[in-house]
Design a binder for this molecule. Structure first.
Ligand SMILES: Nc1ncnc2c1ncn2[C@@H]1O[C@H](COP(=O)(O)OP(=O)(O)OP(=O)(O)O)[C@@H](O)[C@H]1O
Ligand SMILES: [Mg+2]
Length: 461
């Protein structure tokens, strides 16, 4: 058996990168038009991996592109600490110096600028011009651009406005048109940065915007190296879909843990039930920080919507008259923006049921939005663990925190509806046992791990 093929805690190497074809195409379109691209996506969605993929010679060769005319500089704004414009230009210049062994005179010139501390946009422009005369272009891959869009002690709002206009200026007006900039951030650029001035066009107008979404089911299977559609791989696929959805970081975590556990279990008489229980427990603890991070980064309103979705989901599983949520689903149709945001962060998915008028019983129970065409868009959590997390948050409320939460609910809904929701939350406080058995992940897992399936899992390794 070889080494664990799954990557946890760092970007995936380009040769193991899966999917994202249309985003890569968009990046190359922008690069060849000397234009710019802003990629955004939630934590662990693959932003750094995407930039590393673009920086790898392999992806250029696959496209038959000549790399000898391109200088690629990749860095993260988080490595400039605290962020300052001068630190930013220094990263660009020193990155170029490192890539320019075949242009020693240009390299020396950059070296001199760096030694003199001349790290400004104008110095970069001067170097870009010389690079252009040699028929070369710079592709600037900037990770975690959020850091450039937040003030810090050495970076005031006025500095930020200046920096962003310098970037825009460089992007638009560089004479040789030999710069293409690709930035990544956690949120769309228009939700970050300084307030817009009515007198000038938005600082981000030169970017094409693309979000990194969850991986499709096929891509997720490719990532895990599961032979598609074989009966042996079915239990594995069910589990992964349940706990990781198409979330790249969760998928890598799940794959890595499964691999480790199977390696230990190999050659022993493995009890499926015990295996599933241990897997569920460890996966929960390995990925806790991912869910914590997602939760903390949601606005109060988004958290409240997640709570509502979780309450609906739980009610559907409790199979009894537990609490009343009637007429609450209407709220979701008024919160399109927040739901889009949650979807883009990879927390929820919206699936449209197209069989008009044929909403089945099981779907009737799931919360959704009626579309104009009369279809239903089901709202669900990407990962059942996120759902558990939210229910846990609800159970952890007390009178005091519930009172605070009530105020947020009141921004979303009427007094009557708020009353129903708070009653539902109080119901959770008193029915721990029912909730636990409705949610228990390892119950689902052991069902997915029938005895014969274990052999299938070994084959997967
Ligand atoms: N396209 C992909 N193919 C395979 N694995 C991926 C892909 N994208 C991301 N991953 C995996 O998901 C995890 C998170 O990826 P990455 O660090 O690139 O995300 P990120 O969006 O930069 O996260 P952060 O917001 O924390 O910076 C990594 O373990 C990486 O291996
Ligand atoms: Mg990253």
């Amino acid at each position: 058996m070889g080494k664990n093929p799954f990557i946890v805690g760092q970007p995936v190497p380009p040769e193991s990168f899966v999917g994202r074809k249309s985003e890569i195409d968009a990046a190359f379109d922008q690069i060849f038009n000397r234009s710019h691209l802003a990629i955004w996506g939630g934590a662990g969605m693959g932003k750094s991996s995407f930039l590393e993929k673009l920086a790898s010679p392999q992806v250029w060769e696959e496209r038959g592109e000549d790399l000898s005319k391109i200088v690629i500089v990749l860095f993260s704004c988080q490595s400039i600490n605290p962020f300052t414009p001068s630190g930013f230009w220094r990263e660009v210049l020193s990155g170029m110096r490192d890539q320019l062994d075949i242009e020693p005179d240009l390299q020396t010139e950059i070296e001199t600028l760096l030694a003199q501390g001349l790290t400004t946009k104008d110095c970069l422009r001067q170097i870009l011009r010389k690079l252009g005369r040699k028929g070369k272009s710079l592709v600037l891959l900037v990770d975690d651009y959020d850091a450039a869009l937040q003030e810090n002690k050495q970076y005031t709002e006025a500095d930020m406005v200046t920096f962003l206009s310098e970037c825009r200026n460089l992007a638009y007006h560089s004479k040789e048109r030999n710069l293409s900039m690709i930035v990544t951030s956690l949120m769309r650029l228009n939700e970050l940065g300084p307030p817009l001035s009515p007198a000038s066009s938005p600082w981000y107008n030169h970017y094409l915007f693309q979000s990194l979404k969850l991986l499709t089911e096929q891509e997720a299977e490719q990532l895990l190296g599961i032979a598609p559609q074989t009966p042996e791989s079915q239990p594995l696929r069910d589990i992964i879909r349940e706990i990781a959805g198409g979330h790249p970081a969760l998928l890598q975590n799940a794959g890595s843990l499964l691999y480790r556990k199977l390696r230990t279990a190999q050659g022993t008489a493995m009890d499926a039930q015990a295996f599933a229980t241990a897997f569920a427990r460890e996966f929960k603890s390995d990925t806790r920080q991912i869910f914590q991070n997602i939760w903390d980064r949601c606005s109060e309103e988004e958290q409240s919507l997640l709570m509502l979705i979780a309450l609906y989901g739980l009610k559907g599983r409790l199979n009894e008259e537990s609490y009343d949520l009637s007429d609450l689903d209407i709220i979701f149709s008024q919160k399109e923006r927040e739901l889009t945001n949650l979807e883009e962060q990879g927390v929820i998915t919206r699936t449209e049921l197209v069989e008009q008028g044929k909403v089945t019983n099981i779907h009737e129970k799931r919360v959704g939005i009626r579309t104009e065409q009369g279809n239903k868009k089901i709202l669900s959590f990407t990962s059942s663990l996120m759902e558990e997390w939210v229910i846990q948050e609800l159970r952890n409320t007390n009178n005091e925190s519930l009172e605070k939460r009530r105020k947020v609910f009141l921004n979303l809904m009427s007094h009557e509806q708020t009353k129903n929701v708070t009653q539902a939350i109080r119901w959770l406080w008193n029915h721990t046992q029912e909730i636990s058995s409705a949610l228990e992940l390892f119950g689902k897992l052991s069902a997915a791990f029938p005895k014969g399936a274990i052999q299938g899992l070994f084959n997967w390794m």
